[in-house]
Ligand binder design. Structure first.
Ligand code: ATP
Ligand code: MG
Length: 295
């Protein structure tokens, strides 16, 4: 029986367990994500940091099931509201993607259609899921842009993406991400392409939206934009480390280290703690590392 001192924790919104996403290449499997586990609770912000190539984006795309060949989820589970996204059929994942889980990428130009006005793209994102349609969707598009800090939103909504600066485009992407009121937003380096001042504004905006709308946020590489030595410490509720350094073992095979990272709340010190053990594995692909993130 739980006591008052041990309250029953609500089920996590997202439970990633032992996720393995490999690139099945002609020259052998590349274990881009190899045993990743972490939880995201409703309404919280989880920051994931790790070196380039450690599998952060592949992990995010696995959750959204936006993997290109030859990447394949070869093991583990991605439980979201009781469903395993790793094994959901195409129709099932389409209903989740964009509506219940939205994603914002590093470069908005790759996500925005250059020949369509902002209004049309925002409205289509909403009508595709039948959440908001017609004039209500248009009104919501303008409201969302205003909320994202776009000046003169009612005229700006008629612009084309190229008429917007990089920071403005990222605000549009955030508007699109939040447009269907998802329970979870995954932001993959949403500010990397922006200058430092705009980076801070976008991260503030994201934090405000998380607070005001209660949307859980997984923010990848939040640390790059953090102003202090503690990556992202003031921007996320919990943080998780996404990789260990890669190096080749003496036997010529990739040496594989698994990090077990306990994500700490930002009030507690240290920010996160890492313990790791080594083992060798035969890999013909580049040295890629498993991520094990625990709460
Ligand atoms: N098409 C591919 N074929 C084989 N391996 C690939 C392919 N695409 C990516 N990888 C491997 O997957 C690994 C993880 O890539 P990923 O993009 O997730 O890294 P990341 O942590 O997001 O890095 P960054 O911080 O630079 O965005 C890379 O190390 C790379 O070797
Ligand atoms: Mg990446």
């Amino acid at each position: 029986m739980p006591t008052a001192a041990e309250p029953l924790l609500p089920e996590p919104l997202l439970q990633v367990r032992d996720l393995r996403t490999w690139f099945l290449t002609d020259s052998g499997p590349v274990r881009a994500v190899d045993g990743v586990s972490f939880d995201v609770h409703a309404g919280e912000t989880l920051g994931i940091v790790g070196e380039s190539g450690s599998g952060k984006s592949v992990c995010a795309k696995s959750i959204m099931r936006l993997l290109d060949e030859p990447a394949r989820i070869v093991g583990g589970s991605i439980l979201f509201k009781g469903r395993d996204l790793a094994h959901l059929d195409d129709e099932g994942i389409r209903a989740v993607r964009g509506r219940e889980i939205a994603m914002v990428f590093q470069d908005p130009m790759t996500s925005l259609n250059p020949v369509l006005r902002i209004a049309r793209q925002l409205i289509e994102a909403m009508t595709a899921h039948g959440r908001f349609t017609g004039p209500a969707a248009r009104r919501r598009a303008i409201d969302l842009l205003r909320r994202m800090g776009v000046a003169s939103a009612d005229s700006a909504v008629n612009a084309f993406p190229h008429q917007f600066s990089g920071g403005m485009r990222q605000r549009v992407m955030l508007a699109m991400g939040f447009s269907n009121e998802p329970s979870l937003l995954i932001a993959d380096e949403p500010t990397t392409a922006l200058d430092v001042t705009i980076q801070a504004q976008i991260l503030d905006l994201l934090r405000g939206l998380n607070r005001d709308l209660g949307t859980a946020v997984v923010e990848i590489d939040v640390g790059r934009a953090a102003p202090t030595g503690q990556p992202g410490s003031d921007l996320v509720d919990r943080a998780a480390l996404a990789a260990c350094a890669a190096h080749d073992g003496d036997d010529g095979h990739a040496s594989h280290r698994r990090a077990s990272c306990s994500a700490a709340s930002r009030e507690s010190a240290p920010w996160f703690s890492v313990s790791s053990s080594s083992r060798s594995l035969r890999s013909r692909g580049p040295s890629v590392f498993s991520v094990l993130i625990g709460s």
